[in-house]
Design a protein around this ligand. Sequence first.
Ligand code: THG
Length: 264
Amino acid sequence: MIIIGELLNGMYKDVGKAIVEKDKSVIQKIAKSQIEAGADALDLNCGPVSKDQVSDMKWLIETVQEVTDKIIVIDSSKPKVIQGAIRSAKNKVIINSTTADKEKLEILLPLAKEYGCSLIALSMDKKGIPQNKDQRLELAASIIGFCMEKDFPINELYLDPVVMPVDVAQLQLKEIIESIREFKLLCDPAPKTVVGLSNISQGILDRSLVNRTFLVMAQEAGLDAAIADPLDKKLMDCMITAELILNKQIYCKAYLDAYRKSKK
Ligand code: THG
């Protein structure tokens, strides 16, 4: 499982403030703590406070790259921001994200190909977030069709079923789990799958419990990556244990420690 640390997001007050004030030490501390806790990649999102998202994203990328060579996940809904900032990246990059809309795919697929990046594609379009599995699969199939047309390698594509908060869209969650299972069957080689895990628990109590329970269920359905909080130790322990049960890790008494050491 690829864990993409979610904490460098301008929606968090301390990160938003650090972006505005260009305070490298705050950003680098959060970057290092996520990696120390087992993150394989870091999501970078300027958030709502940013006035110049291209220059703020460039600054975030450069700041993070000073302390790590882990994968950078450039998180913006604006293709112009991704296009403008991607040159600053020396580390491996995952572009986050395109939708199924042709206008976005036509910019981001060639960009990802040119820079040798992976690309996250949300199974949604201008019409909004689908309300069932079949709509998600239809959008995912259309994204895969575009990838084939543009000769983009499918194993560099991460399909995201778009996780909804449990308090507003409870009926969607089972649909989302089954979407992950069926995304993997859409073509051979299979696309990868990713979720924004913490979306599920926005605005509710017991966030960590809901996050980790969903994560384990999604892992069983074939989830490859999650944008999540690596500092949540219970979440990470559940993720590692699910990998063990799904036979993706070899058992030993100290399997949690062994997994963590393998990330260093
Ligand atoms: N898919 C993809 N990318 C994504 C998402 C997704 N990127 C953004 C988001 N969703 C994933 N990242 C987060 C980061 C934080 C939270 C949720 C998802 C979160 N933050 C607290 C909250 O809103 O309650 C912030 C609290 C605070 O302000 O301190 O929950 O789905 N591809």
